[in-house]
Ligand binder design. Structure first.
Ligand code: ZN
Length: 323
């Protein structure tokens, strides 16, 4: 993913004026529910899922570590979900590399008509092109935060939901080939999500809302309200940030507008028509707009703080179990 432009006041004004986009309404009628829930996210378990991904090495598409991770994610989801679908597709990246893209979908309550789509990309960027050391910029990114953190939260949720069943349908979509993109070229990013949105894993697939997790694991993570999320899905933004407050994580989920990010959620909104938001750690004080180790060789396990995984995971459980 990449930051397109940093905006604060302007984004708020544009979103507030609105453009009649009907995708901004969420059909969840329990938005203001204050019910506390019994299901407790386990941050140590989620942290361990980050570690297990990093132990494989950078999960760069086309490498053995990537294939190993695909098999591991699939087997993990098969332990817990009602159905698991691995969607494979040939994709060609902006630099002409042909890859076998694997989107992995684990589903709970496949027959439910009300559905929540949770997604995260699981691939790692092939080059640390933001590394402060120019000699390291051709190295792959380990992706402890930029990939593994979001996937780890989804895995821990799957583990919990296997025993404490949600009433709403839940689809955990782990998308591939998000991060093999080029700055000037918006369509070069999120190739796995583009494929899924044009060819959903279930024909005619619909969800009430989509929630993307990206870079949710670093210390002092700060989730402001990303620009496209507000533009396409303000109702979902409100629902999730209110759930965070109810769960006690309002200090992580800050009710302020953030920057505009090209990420998987943009494709879900534009191509699949599902109102989808991005929970993403934005750092307006940094040069890139993201955490310091973003797209460097320093995006490693030591940057992960279980407290941030906890804030995101418990917030999502609050959404799911209050549905
Ligand atoms: Zn990235």
């Amino acid at each position: 993913m990449r930051m397109i432009y940093a905006i604060v006041g302007l984004a708020m004004m544009v979103a507030a004026c609105g453009n009649g986009n009907n995708a901004t309404t969420s059909s969840n009628e329990n938005n203001n529910a204050t019910k506390t829930i019994d299901v407790q996210f386990n941050a140590d378990s989620a942290y361990n899922y980050v570690k297990q991904q990093c132990d494989m090495g950078p999960r760069v598409p086309g490498t053995p570590a990537h294939e190993q991770c695909a098999q591991w994610l699939t087997s993990q989801l098969r332990r817990w979900c009602d159905t698991v679908i691995v969607q494979q597709a040939p994709v060609v990246t902006f630099d002409g590399t042909a890859l076998n893209c694997k989107n992995i979908v684990g589903t709970f309550n496949p027959a439910a008509t009300d559905r929540v789509l949770l997604l995260a990309h699981w691939d790692c960027r092939p080059w640390a092109d933001n590394d402060p050391d120019k000699a390291l910029r051709s190295q792959p990114v380990m992706g402890a935060n930029d990939a593994a953190s979001g996937v780890a939260v989804l895995l821990e949720m799957a583990r919990l939901m296997a025993s404490q069943r949600p009433e709403v349908g839940v689809d955990l979509l782990m998308v591939d080939v998000e991060d093999w993109g080029q700055n000037e070229n918006e369509d070069s990013w999120a190739l796995g999500t583009q494929h899924w949105a044009n060819n959903p894993h279930v024909p005619g697939y619909r969800a009430n809302c989509g929630i993307l997790l990206d870079m949710v694991g670093t210390r002092n993570a700060r989730f402001t309200q990303e620009y496209f999320s507000k533009q396409y899905a303000q109702g979902v933004v409100d629902m999730v940030w209110n759930a965070a407050s109810q769960a006690g994580y309002g200090s992580f989920f800050v009710k302020q507008p953030g920057g505009a990010i090209t990420d998987d959620h943009v494709m879900v909104n534009r191509l699949a028509g599902i109102p989808c938001i991005d929970i993403i750690d934005m750092r307006p004080e940094s040069d890139t707009g993201f955490f310091e180790a973003w797209h460097t060789t320093h995006d490693t396990l030591d940057k992960i703080d279980p407290a941030s995984l906890q804030a995101v995971g418990q917030t999502l459980l609050q959404v799911i179990f209050n549905w």
